[in-house]
Design a protein around this ligand. Structure first.
Ligand SMILES: Nc1ncnc2c1ncn2[C@@H]1O[C@H](COP(=O)(O)OP(=O)(O)O)[C@@H](O)[C@H]1O
Ligand SMILES: [Mg+2]
Length: 352
């Protein structure tokens, strides 16, 4: 008995049992004193036990556990299914008030986490809109400025009219690039475009991208090359057009931000027998440590004025990250100021 009493978490059944035992024992003892018949106390014990046990149990159920059941229904917010009916009938009555309170606390913590996450998203959305407005304003002001000047007379000045139009057109190009990148990112985020995987040799795709960007590289006298010792063809299982875009974004950045007469190197390595790691490295200006953790955020630029001048949308790396994460893989960056940067990502290795 004492062990039952000392247990801190009696269930209603246990409580009813204990109470019934105590009262029926007292009654039985009393009746033993008053009536000397041996069977009467037994009878008294049995009847009192049954009556008290059920009465007590019923009251507990009715006034406490029915209410608790409502709480459970509320926190799970569902119509009772078969499984839940079983829970209400068989498991809930076994639970002590302490266990119920722990359940409710767990539920409250979970709700709090959800609310925190929603708040963070809301903050993120606000910042995104602010950044977007800012990004749109710059090219629009440029276009507006040149068009205004042209309308106010410059149109008839053959020395500047073509130049101003060309400048206005650059602003339009930038708007188009921004909208294209935004479109891409929102498509990726909505999960509307599926990842369609196929097997292909990653070095072949790297070479295609190098060819595609060879003109841009030539303009800056930059060498695009495959790292020595990583020529052995490695087959990956991934969405080829999307990985092509990842490579284009990384190689474009390496060219754009790299020094003239610099080098851009691509290397592919097999890791842990299941993944292929591909890295695009440059010997450009590098990115300082304070910027590195945020470099994949939308609109984040390490060198604001310079990067914008070069004409980026600030969305390239955000798109890269999205694509790689949609593959369930990871992307990372290593960089040292005045030495260079390396952007690498993993892909699933194709089955042989
Ligand atoms: N290879 C690199 N070397 C130096 N800085 C880089 C490199 N790649 C990216 N960055 C920095 O990261 C920022 C974000 O890159 P990205 O998302 O592609 O945007 P952007 O449109 O400006 O190219 C760039 O503005 C630049 O400051
Ligand atoms: Mg870029």
């Amino acid at each position: 008995m004492s062990t039952v009493f000392s247990s801190k978490n009696p269930s209603p059944r246990q409580l009813s049992f204990i109470t019934a035992i105590i009262i029926s024992t007292v009654n039985a003892l009393l009746s033993l004193f008053l009536l000397q018949e041996w069977y009467i106390p037994l009878l008294v014990f049995a009847t009192t036990f049954i009556i008290i046990y059920w009465l007590y149990y019923y009251t507990l159920q009715r006034f406490i556990y029915r209410k608790i059941k409502i709480i459970y229904k509320f926190i799970y917010q569902t119509k009772a299914t078969k499984k839940e009916e079983f829970f209400y009938e068989n498991i809930l009555p076994q639970k002590s008030i302490e266990e119920v309170s722990a359940d409710v606390q767990r539920w409250a913590t979970q709700k709090k986490d959800e609310i925190d996450m929603l708040r963070a998203n809301e903050q993120f959305r606000k910042e995104f809109l602010m950044n977007l407005a800012h990004e749109l304003r710059t090219p629009i002001f440029t276009i507006q400025g040149y068009v205004d000047t042209l309308l106010n007379g410059a149109l008839d000045d053959p020395n500047v009219n073509k130049k101003f139009l060309t400048n206005a057109n650059k602003g339009i190009d930038r708007l188009v690039r921004l909208v294209d990148d935004l479109d891409e990112i929102s498509k990726l985020e909505s999960g509307r475009i599926p990842i369609i995987q196929e097997s292909f040799v990653i070095q072949d795709l790297v070479k295609e991208v190098f060819d595609e960007l060879s003109l841009k590289a030539k303009e800056k006298h930059i060498q695009l090359q495959v790292k020595k010792g990583t020529e052995r063809p490695l087959e990956v299982y991934a969405d080829k057009p999307k990985i092509r875009q990842v490579l284009v974004n990384l190689v474009e950045n390496a060219i754009k931000y790299g020094h003239e007469y610099g080098n851009v190197t691509a290397g592919s390595y097999e890791v842990d027998g299941k993944h292929i790691y591909t890295e695009i490295s440059d010997d450009g200006p590098g990115i300082s440590e304070e910027h590195l953790p945020r470099i994949f955020e939308r609109f984040y630029r390490a060198d604001r004025s310079r990067s914008r001048e070069i004409g980026g949308t600030g969305l390239g790396l955000a798109i890269v990250k999205h694509i790689i994460e949609a593959h369930g893989q990871t992307v990372n960056v290593r960089s040292t100021l005045n030495v260079g940067s390396s952007f690498g990502f993993t892909l699933e290795k194709a089955e042989e």
